[in-house]
Design a binder for this molecule. Structure first.
Ligand code: HPA
Length: 273
């Protein structure tokens, strides 16, 4: 069993000795968003492979290390590269680093990702504040015995995406002169993109964007009482919305092209947390 306070404390003890300062804000960087870590000042880099109990991401363009330092005057602990279910990691392995952040004293978690747009009012390159999620992976990181030292057996998800932090994301977007859409994120396992029928179903269910990450980390944050905020970059319209095939290359190309604005937005948000 992965999610035990004992494991978490061992990981946190290792990191405490490595970190330049006590982190305040946790940051998880999604596909194509890794370059944000390059803007962190006085950074310490710690490969996941060196941290007790951490798994190492294999996704392309995910560096697989923690970058800790100063961003917008805040001490941040940044995951440059996250783990995904489609790589074969179990949901608790994917969620594990969130508990370690919490144990280190992080008081807010910023989750970012690349998503397909389901809402037909969205455009490629848009940014979407995650108001809520639908977990379509069919799994939970909290499956199995619960360690009460980490969180309750039946955690509340009503405010998993903390309203106060969502307001700050809106303020940050306004200050940057960027439009921030709002919507519901649908999390799937992948790695195949969805079928057009699945996308029509997700739209009927109330989803505005779809992606292969974020839900496990958000569940973990709610479980351990860490306020979370999520921002999705719409890198493509989801399958069947446009009469064209989807590709991972397209996702990365748009993530690159919109990367500078995304970094501005996230930095402005961190400044307000
Ligand atoms: N579907 C799932 N995950 C994604 C997509 C998508 O269309 N785009 C980026 N990540």
């Amino acid at each position: 069993m992965m999610l035990t306070n004992r494991n978490v404390q061992e990981s946190a003890a290792y990191l405490r000795a490595m970190l330049p300062a006590q982190p305040e804000i946790g940051l998880v960087l999604g596909s194509g968003l890794g370059p944000l870590a390059g803007e962190i000042e006085d950074a310490a880099h710690i490969p996941y492979a060196d941290i007790p109990h951490f798994r190492t991401s294999t996704a392309p363009d995910h560096a697989g290390r923690l970058v800790c330092g100063t961003l917008a005057g805040r001490q941040v602990l940044c995951m440059q590269g996250r783990l995904h279910g489609y790589e074969g990691w179990t949901p608790d392995e994917v969620a594990y680093p969130v508990y370690v952040m919490r144990a280190l004293g992080v008081r807010a978690l910023v989750l970012t990702n690349a998503s397909g747009g389901i809402n037909t009012a969205f455009q490629v390159g848009d940014f979407m504040l995650i108001e809520d999620h639908i977990n379509m992976t069919g799994k939970s990181p909290l499956t199995g015995a619960n360690d009460d030292a980490l969180g309750p057996r039946f955690p509340d998800m009503t405010f998993a995406y903390a309203p106060a932090l969502r307001d700050k994301a809106d303020e940050a977007a306004k200050a940057c002169g960027l439009t921030l859409r709002h919507g519901v994120y649908c999390g799937v396992n992948g790695p195949q993109f969805e079928t057009p029928a699945e996308i029509r179903m997700f739209r009927l269910l109330g989803a505005d964007a779809v992606g292969m990450s974020t839900v496990n980390e958000a569940i973990a944050a709610a479980h351990c009482g860490l306020p979370a905020v999520g921002i999705a970059m719409i890198t493509n319209m989801a399958a069947g919305v446009l009469m064209q095939p989807l590709s991972g290359a397209e996702v990365n190309e748009i993530a690159m092209r919109r990367g500078a604005d995304f970094r501005r937005l996230v930095t402005a948000l961190v400044a307000r947390l």
